[in-house]
Design a protein around this ligand. Structure first.
Ligand code: NAP
Ligand code: ZN
Ligand code: ZN
Length: 346
């Protein structure tokens, strides 16, 4: 066991405390990673504030991890000391179910193990990336290409794959009109990736305050929902909408933006249910879908795609003592566009 510095929240809505956690000894197939950066995902906040229920305290969040391999197990062969690596939302899965066999570990039908707030195979709680080190089975470690700096790569491990996977699955590309709803952590990476895939990208945001950034990220149009004319103007406009909003929205207004046979994919995870009247789906043979993170092979594909297209997150770097304030700013939609914790500050 190794004692490692971490930031933990001891209870729902309690401030973070600098503390220590124990990391297991490096097993035969494990990799020990010195964490350089950890992104702050809105899911950390939903979990930490117990908005989704089932939070286990003390909680060390963080599933957007980038760092350097410091030690490898005796039977581990994928990584060497000094390699640049990442860890996302999963650190294990059953590996035998039909979905795991297809590399879709995020939809494991058995026991997948989350990077934090989960119970590991040895019965201990998992602790995430708001810490100096983590020990992970090599099969759940990703390679960060040289072209990506570790700080801007970290958010790709959750935000990046969560938008890449549905854009990929629903064939965003040339000739497709794609809208990203909500331009926060997920949304801003979604704009960059969808544009790099060749789609015609629009942003649907609450206001025009981030319009210049959205256009710079690759959007060709930017709309604000605080202008009531927007919903009318955008009726029947998009083939694919990726909804990244962390709060409940009036879904029928947004679904009305889909053209014939268009699909709305929900990746935002508000604690309250979303209501959808049947008629808005029937109207233009619209589909309403959901998508969760991504499997290990697709996450590597996403990192390689981002390196090839020079896509990193646009970040604000903070120290361990700034996490509470950063969480408040994320909830207030006041993040440009992902907070990344620099563990050198610990
Ligand atoms: P974020 O940085 O807070 O971004 C969410 C954006 O939604 C905000 O920037 C804001 O964009 C918009 N928004 C927030 N409140 C709103 C409201 N009341 N009405 C309308 N728009 C609002 O959060 P994130 O880290 O990107 O995560 C977004 C959501 O995805 C969270 O619920 C998170 O838990 C979930 N998530 C899901 C998965 C998955 O696997 N499906 C993975 C990661 C995260 P504008 O300012 O542009 O309006
Ligand atoms: Zn996340
Ligand atoms: Zn499985």
């Amino acid at each position: 066991m190794r004692t490692v510095t971490a930031y933990a929240t001891p209870a729902a809505k309690a401030p973070f405390e600098k503390t220590t956690i124990e990391r297991r000894d490096v097993g035969p197939k494990d990799v020990r990673i010195e964490i350089a950066y950890a992104g702050i995902c809105h899911s950390d906040i939903h979990t930490g504030r117990d908005e989704w229920g089932e939070a286990m305290y003390p909680l060390v969040p963080g599933h957007e991890i980038a760092g350097i391999v410091a030690e490898v197990g005796s039977e581990a062969s994928k990584y060497a000391v000094g390699d640049r690596v990442g860890v996302g939302c999963l650190v294990n899965s059953c590996r035998t179910c039909e979905n795991c066999k297809r590399g879709l570990e995020q939809y494991c039908l058995g026991d997948a193990v989350g990077t934090y707030n989960s119970t590991d195979r040895d019965g201990t709680p998992t602790y995430g990336g708001y810490s100096k080190e983590i020990v992970v089975d090599e099969d759940f470690v990703l390679r960060i290409p040289e072209a990506l700096a570790l700080d801007v790569a970290a958010p790709l491990l959750c935000a990046g794959i969560t938008v890449f996977s549905p854009l990929n699955h629903w064939n965003a590309g040339p000739g497709k009109r794609v809208a990203i709803v909500g331009m926060g952590g997920l949304g801003h990476v979604g704009v960059k990736i969808a544009a790099a895939m060749g789609a015609e990208v629009s942003v649907v945001s609450q206001s025009l305050s981030k319009q210049d950034d959205g256009l710079a990220f690759g959007a060709s149009a930017y709309y604000a929902t605080n202008d009531p004319a927007t919903f009318k103007e955008l009726r029947n406009s998009f083939d694919l909408i990726v909804n990244t909003v962390s709060a409940t929205l009036p879904m029928s207004k947004y679904l009305s933006m889909l053209r014939l046979d268009g699909t709305m994919v929900n990746v935002g995870a508000p604690p309250e249910p979303l209501e959808v009247p049947a008629f808005v789906l029937m109207g233009q043979r619209r589909s309403w879908a959901g998508s969760g993170i991504g499997g290990i092979p697709e996450t590597q594909e996403m990192l390689d795609f981002c390196a090839e297209h020079n896509i990193g997150a646009t970040i604000e770097t903070i120290g361990g003592g700034d996490i509470d304030e950063a969480w408040d700013r994320v909830v207030a939609s006041d993040v440009r566009y992902r907070f990344v914790i620099d563990t050198a500050s610990f």
